[in-house]
Design a protein around this ligand. Structure first.
Ligand code: A2P
Length: 307
């Protein structure tokens, strides 16, 4: 898996196709998708066009997508991945992830819960059963790797008790204010790649996931000082740091100049002193709290989600 991929959450329909074409031309080979992002059909068309134009071959691409929360349960996984493959116009995914360790009622479809009645509790939809469906999608050749997203080390350990195949990847929020050092160590010790989402602090996240006390990562004085001294942008410093500490990452951009800038940053080397200074920024600050999954009446709480 190329360490740097293109994130597509919040990439608007009407814009994302052009961004994907531009990214392929710039040299991106890893694309991170999900049905929830509402843009897989447009991404699929862009990828098909890039392949037809001879800009890239399918086997040079790494395409990730995810199982939405309404399709937990062993028998729902294969139909869900088949729908995503049709939308993306692909025969297989390189990586299929459980998007969240949270189950909704199937009737929610690709959408959000509104009340406690819209959830399935962990004992009604055990992650072990969903994982068995993920393993089935792998054995059918619908994907080449399977993994999880938003899993804590506690949940990884629990899953490993019944899994026949261990997750290849755990995709979680990670950036200098939430480096997830302990989880990264657990993943490395268990052969799991940690992919960092919101690696730039997700400044364009929607209002429903904003909190009044959220800091602005891009303005952090330590990041700004390193970037000025090194002739880099703050985003490039955070990308170089993420690659150098051994994570994969999926910064999102739909802007051609920033797409190129971000890719170039993956080959920048920071000094040990700068790496240490950035490591010191840890505030345990989560921008994406999953608060919509822990509304009143939900069987999930912030404590159980982030156990
Ligand atoms: P844009 O798409 O206009 O480039 P994250 O990956 O953490 O979710 O952050 C995505 C946000 O960061 C988007 O608002 C994106 O805007 C912005 N962004 C991406 N790359 C850069 C960059 N190199 N410099 C500044 N902002 C960036």
């Amino acid at each position: 898996m190329p360490a740097l991929g293109l994130g597509t959450w919040k990439s608007a329909p009407g814009e994302v196709g052009a961004a994907v074409r531009e990214a392929v031309r710039a040299g991106y080979r890893h694309f991170d998708c999900a049905p929830l992002y509402g843009n897989e059909v447009e991404i699929g068309a862009a990828l098909a066009d890039a392949i037809a134009a001879g800009e890239v071959k399918r086997d040079e691409l790494w395409i990730t997508s995810k199982l939405w929360n309404s399709f937990h349960g062993r028998d729902n996984v294969v139909p869900a991945i088949r729908r995503t493959l049709a939308d993306l116009r692909l025969d297989y995914l390189d990586l299929y992830l459980i998007h969240w360790p949270v189950a909704f009622q199937e009737r929610i479809g690709i959408g959000y819960p509104k009340s406690g009645a819209d959830f399935r509790a962990p004992d009604e939809a055990p992650l072990a059963d969903t994982w068995a469906g993920m393993e089935e999608s792998l054995s059918l050749g619908l994907c080449r790797n399977i993994g999880v997203s938003n899993f804590t080390a506690t949940k990884l350990v629990r899953l490993a008790r019944t899994a026949k195949i261990l997750p290849a990847v755990n995709q979680v929020e990670s950036h200098p204010y939430l480096p997830q050092t302990g989880l990264l160590r657990h993943c490395a010790d268990n052969g799991i790649v940690l992919t960092a989402y919101a690696p730039l602090g997700s400044g364009d996240r929607p209002a429903r996931v904003r909190a009044a006390d959220d800091p602005v990562l891009m303005d952090d004085p330590v990041i700004v000082e390193i970037s000025a001294r090194r002739g880099l942008t703050p985003a490039q410093v955070m990308i170089a740091w993420a690659v150098q500490r051994g994570t994969s990452l999926i910064p999102k951009s739909t802007n051609p100049a920033r797409l190129a800038q971000n890719l170039a940053a993956a080959s920048v080397t920071l000094t040990a002193a700068d790496m240490t200074a950035i490591a010191g920024l840890d505030r345990g600050h989560r921008f994406i709290k999953g608060a919509l999954w822990t509304i009143d009446g939900s069987p999930y709480t912030q404590a159980t989600l982030w156990d």
